[in-house]
Design a protein around this ligand. Structure first.
Ligand SMILES: Cc1cc2nc3c(=O)[nH]c(=O)nc-3n(C[C@H](O)[C@H](O)[C@H](O)COP(=O)(O)O)c2cc1C
Length: 175
C-alpha cells in the first residue's frame, strides 16, 4: 500500500485546483491510501525566521512533516497567480522545508487548472524549481488544464485518468 499526500495550493472555497486534486485522487489504484490536506492546514503565519512558532503550531508542523515523511508520494495542485505559484502554497512549503526537509528524495507530482489557456503551466515551472531545490523527484509530466468553469471534457477526463495511473506507477517504481 502506497501513501499519497495531496496538497491544494488554494484557500478558495470553490477552488478549481482542489476540485482537480479530488478528481485525480479518485482515480488512484486501490493500492494507494490518499489523504487530501484540508485547506485550513495551509493557513500559516507569513514565514519570518525571527518569529518562533507558538507551541500548538509547532506541534502541527511536526505532525504534518511526519505524514509527508511517511508517504511514498506527494501530489500538489497549485493555482497560477501572476505567472507563478500561489503565495499560500509557497509560504506553506517554506515552513515545511525547515530541517528536516520532508521533500528530500520524495516523489512529487504537479498539477494545475486555470481559467486562462495556459492552464497554470508557468506556475508549475516555478514550483518544479522549488521542489528540485528541495531534492524531490518530480514526475516529469505536469498536468495543466484549461477550464471555463464547466465540467471537464471527455479528453480532460482521460488526461486525469492517465495522469493518476502514470503518477501511481512513478511512485511504485524504483528510482
Ligand atoms: C491576482 C490573480 C492573478 C492571476 N494570475 C493568473 C496567471 O498568471 N495565470 C493564470 O493562468 N491564471 C491566473 N489567475 C487566475 C487563477 O489562476 C484562477 O482564478 C484559478 O481558478 C485560481 O485557482 P483556484 O480556483 O484553485 O482558487 C489569476 C487570478 C488572480 C486573482
Amino acid at each position: 500500500m502506497k501513501n499519497i499526500i495531496a496538497i491544494p495550493g488554494s484557500l478558495r472555497q470553490n477552488s478549481l485546483n482542489l476540485e482537480l486534486l479530488r478528481s485525480v485522487c479518485a482515480q488512484f489504484s486501490t493500492e494507494a491510501r490518499v489523504w487530501i490536506t484540508p485547506q485550513a492546514k495551509l493557513e500559516w503565519p507569513l514565514f519570518n525566521q525571527d518569529v518562533p512558532l507558538p507551541e500548538n503550531l509547532s506541534k502541527d508542523l511536526i505532525e504534518y512533516k511526519n505524514l509527508l515523511k511517511n508517504s511514498e508520494g506527494v501530489l500538489i495542485a497549485s493555482p497560477e497567480y501572476n505567472a507563478s505559484v500561489s503565495g499560500v502554497l509557497k509560504n506553506f512549503i517554506d515552513w515545511l522545508s525547515r530541517e528536516p526537509n520532508p521533500f528530500s528524495n520524495k516523489k512529487v507530482g504537479l498539477i494545475s487548472v486555470s481559467t486562462s489557456p495556459f492552464g497554470g503551466i508557468r506556475g508549475l515551472m516555478h514550483l518544479r524549481d522549488v521542489m528540485a531545490q528541495l531534492g524531490a523527484f518530480v514526475y516529469p509530466k505536469n498536468m495543466c488544464l484549461y477550464t471555463n468553469g464547466t465540467a471537464y471534457s471527455e479528453q480532460q477526463l482521460r488526461l486525469i485518468k492517465d495522469f493518476a495511473h502514470n503518477f501511481f506507477n512513478f511512485i511504485d517504481s524504483k528510482l
